[in-house]
Design a protein around this ligand. Structure first.
Ligand code: SF4
Ligand code: SF4
Ligand code: FES
Length: 247
């Protein structure tokens, strides 16, 4: 039997002084293989053209369509309505700046995160555009590629208890990113230099380890492994520095 879905959608335009945060309710008839993205598009086309939400690829690749779905972050284009109850509440991701309705600015957040991490390969070698690419062992290249699959959707940040309590916490996406550089033999940063970046409460020591991030990552990234690895490495680095300090 066809279900009638009831969508409670957060509405607010922060640029408009007249706008007041509230939810609007829309009814949509469920169709086979309907995703939240399809339902939202239908609402916008048939009921309210002013509804604002983000999307680009519709294939779980761009990370633009992340929203809070009945209290949990997820991708609208990858969430089937048949996996949800008839009543669905959609809210914008917390932490990120609200643009309007369900649309948030993840780009600025991720940019400042990359700037803090110095998110590039640090090497003393001069760049030679004509030179051949440096070879890398396949296994290692695959391990690095696994971490490169992050689509910067922001779900792990929105689902993180620490990030919701403190604005300066870098979050699992940042830890995943730094783990990727630590793995890369071309990056010449020392353990001490990595410690300077993430060996703080803003970084790995602020993580409570409850793994909400891994539970909600739509790409299934091994965040638990990376967080555990970094905690051990940076904890050991702190012990070494303390020992040196005392001796
Ligand atoms: S494990 Fe750490 S990074 Fe992941 S959700 Fe919990 S506090 Fe946030
Ligand atoms: S780690 Fe996963 S949840 Fe976090 S931003 Fe990347 S893809 Fe999204
Ligand atoms: S629209 Fe690109 S991930 Fe959903």
């Amino acid at each position: 039997m066809t279900r009638k879905l009831e969508f409670n959608v957060f509405r607010y335009q922060p640029q408009d002084p007249e706008s007041v945060p509230h939810t609007d309710t829309f009814e949509v008839e469920e169709t086979a293989s309907m995703t939240l993205f399809i339902a939202l598009t239908q609402i916008r086309e048939e009921q309210d053209p002013s509804l604002q939400f983000d999307f680009c690829c519709r294939a779980g690749i761009c990370g633009a369509c992340a929203v809070m779905i009945n209290g949990q972050p997820g991708l609208a284009c990858h969430t089937l309505t048949r996996d949800l109850p008839e009543e669905i509440t959609l809210m914008p991701l917390p932490i990120f700046k609200l643009i309007g309705d369900l649309s948030v600015d993840t780009g600025t957040w991720f940019r400042q995160m990359h700037e803090k991490l110095e998110s590039w390969v640090h090497t003393d070698k001069a760049f030679e555009p004509e030179a051949q690419e440096e070879p890398m062992e396949n296994d290692l290249a695959e391990e690095i590629y696994e971490l490169e699959r992050c689509i910067e959707c922001g779900c792990c940040v929105a689902g993180c208890g620490t990030a919701n309590m403190r604005a300066d916490f870098m979050g699992a996406a940042a830890m995943n990113r730094i783990a990727r550089f630590m793995m890369d033999p071309r990056d010449r940063r020392t353990e001490r230099e990595y410690f300077e970046v993430i060996g703080t409460d803003e970084g790995i020591f602020g993580c409570m380890g409850l793994l909400g991030c891994e539970d909600v990552c739509p790409k299934g990234l091994p965040l638990q492994d990376q967080l555990g690895l970094l905690r051990r490495k940076m904890g050991w680095s702190a012990v070494k520095q303390l020992f040196k300090f005392k001796s």
